[in-house]
Design a protein. Structure first.
Length: 572
């Protein structure tokens, strides 16, 4: 079918597809249009796919970037010309860009001036927002279009996980205005905004996005990876040849000098002199060779990674030895923060993280567990059951996966008898909800109900109602504090979605950003609010990017069927 037939067909139907209407609405706003195109390209970007998803091959029906572009080339109308022009502008492939520019030029459609002149856009400033504890940086880039429009690009780079792009977004307006706004909302004395060489900013952005593309589980927020193509385009406007992040070098001599200095300090005076040096060596191994590579940098997040995963997985030793690690860690944190001049408030917060994670750490080191790469693969469900593992090792891995399924439903007996009947349509349970928070809770109930009824189904509505009731009865103070109802509703629905694999390509396939867009983004990402609500309900926070709610009460029938299938596969 040629372009003329395509137009005639649309005429017979009598209504444009929603995408065409979205394009027309976005054309007057450069950010809206570029963000729309970036989101479309993110959907077909191989970097967004789950490398371990067990789904049937879709063959010719699988949508790719090339097929998406060809679908726009095949329909000749102003909206598709605008799409192709924007794709060409943001393309890193010279051949693809030239071809699309030729297609658009041959059509002769009138396009907005900002779009026809976008090739002369300039990125004139780069700023880095850092914190003294060094968990991550925001790299920000200001972009100016020839029509006077300005865009501000922000990429959050997480150093604890290997200097990876974890979140990113773009807003309209000059970078100076965005920085002024951020400063007005953030009075943290340990935060710094510093202009950086533009070429260095490009190198850091490129490096972080490349690392994020090979990291699993994938990082997803309401704006990422939807904004990835747009952020990459802005980075290409910066000069090449810059320096990325330079990892500190800690040769053996420097590590030993640091260890000797600590062990001779007042902070180490009360430590066990037999085991402290060996445990300290492990802390230095973690500090020098993982995260940002700075053994003097300790934050609550670094503590969580160390006690919650790294030591139990990496260090092979008996319980009598490993149980002393938190004491050595506390002393070393005090020593490091003293050397760095870290404010006492931050030191107290970091030490509090040791207190928070020690009970789980002590339980973990006393349990049977896999170690090394197999433990990570099993934790994310990434092991292929058809892989020819040696009999003993394979049995241990299967057992760990079954244990993970048990956590999802609340125990081995529940997993053994799990059914897949649909959740009932039931009202919200007000029995244990305090009177003084009922108005606040009602607002959240209404918003959750509306989202589930409009986007999902009755099962999800029931699951969301049950979780919200558990939060309200578990810690009423959550609803006594000043907080937005839409943020709480988004977090409740996000938690239920994560627990039911709603955002996984092999299951629900939805985008978390669409959920956030429904509730509005003014309250922030739902994942940020989720941790508070999970604790209020007495549930564990996310692990390896997954959420286990310890009960089938919150699982829809489709998710329970998936769990049953995995149970039978790995248990047998």
């Amino acid at each position: 079918m040629g372009p003329t037939s395509g137009r005639a067909q649309h005429g017979r139907i009598g209504a444009d597809p929603p995408l065409m209407r979205d394009i027309r609405d976005a054309l007057a706003d450069p950010l809206a249009m570029l963000a729309l195109v970036s989101t479309l390209l993110a959907v077909v970007d191989p970097r967004s796919a789950d490398p371990f998803a067990r789904v049937p091959e879709r063959g010719r029906d699988q949508m790719t970037r090339a097929k998406l572009i060809e679908s726009f080339v095949a329909v000749e109308r102003p909206e598709t010309s605008a799409l192709l022009a924007a794709i060409a502008a943001m393309s890193a492939d010279d051949a693809e860009r030239r071809r699309l520019q030729q297609v658009v030029a041959g059509r002769g459609h009138h396009l907005p001036e900002w779009l026809t002149g976008i090739a002369t856009a300039v990125a004139d400033r780069a700023v880095e927002m850092t914190h003294v504890l060094g968990d991550g940086d925001n790299v920000m880039v200001g972009v100016n279009l020839p029509t006077g429009h300005a865009l501000s690009v922000v990429l959050y780079i997480d150093h604890n996980l290997g200097t990876v792009a974890k979140d990113g977004f773009v807003v309209a307006g000059p970078l100076a205005e965005l920085i002024a706004f951020m400063r007005s909302k953030n009075d943290d004395p340990d935060m710094r905004w510093t202009d950086v060489d533009r070429a260095d900013a490009r190198a850091r952005i490129d490096e972080a996005i490349a690392h994020g593309g090979i990291t699993y589980p994938r990082f997803e927020t309401d704006t990422w990876p939807a904004a990835r193509v747009l952020v990459e385009w802005a980075a290409r406007l910066l000069p090449e040849g810059g320096a990325g992040y330079v990892r500190p070098q800690w040769p053996d001599e420097a590590r030993q000098e640091l260890a000797d200095r600590f062990l001779a300090s007042r902070h180490a005076a009360a430590l066990d002199r037999r085991d402290a040096p060996g445990l300290l060596e492990s802390l230095l191994w973690f500090g020098c060779d993982y995260g940002p590579g700075d053994p003097l940098r300790w934050s609550p997040t670094a503590v969580e990674i160390l006690l919650g995963d790294w030591i139990p997985r990496k260090i092979v030793a008996d319980v009598a030895y490993l149980r002393k690690a938190p004491a050595v860690l506390r002393a070393f944190i005090r020593f490091c923060h003293d050397e760095r001049g870290i404010r006492p408030t931050l030191t107290a917060a970091t030490l509090a993280a040791v207190d928070l994670w020690e009970p789980e750490y002590q339980a973990t080191i006393r349990s049977a567990r896999l170690q090394g790469a197999e433990a990570i693969l099993a934790a994310v469900g990434a092991l292929d059951p058809d892989t020819p593992w040696p009999p003993f090792e394979r049995a241990a891995l299967d057992a760990l996966i079954v244990e993970r399924l048990e956590r999802a439903v609340g125990g081995p007996q529940t997993l053994a008898t799990l059914g897949d009947d649909p959740l009932p349509d039931e009202p919200f349970d007000w029995n244990d909800v305090a009177e003084d928070i009922r108005d606040r809770v009602t607002e959240v109930v209404v918003l959750c109900d509306e989202y589930c009824e409009t986007v999902l189904d009755i099962e999800y509505r029931t699951a969301a109602r049950r979780l919200l009731a558990a939060v309200a009865s578990g810690d009423p103070a959550v609803f006594r504090r000043k907080a937005r109802a839409d943020t709480a509703a988004a977090a409740i629905c996000w938690i239920i979605g994560k627990a039911n694999e709603l955002f996984e390509p092999s299951a629900g396939g939805m985008l978390a950003k669409d959920l956030t867009a429904h509730f509005g983004s003014n309250g922030g990402s739902p994942s940020q609010r989720a941790a508070t609500l999970l604790r209020a309900a007495g549930l564990r926070d996310a692990t390896y990017g997954t959420i286990a709610l310890d009960s089938p009460r919150y699982l829809v029938s489709a998710q329970r069927r998936r769990i049953i299938e995995r149970r039978d596969r790995y248990r047998d």
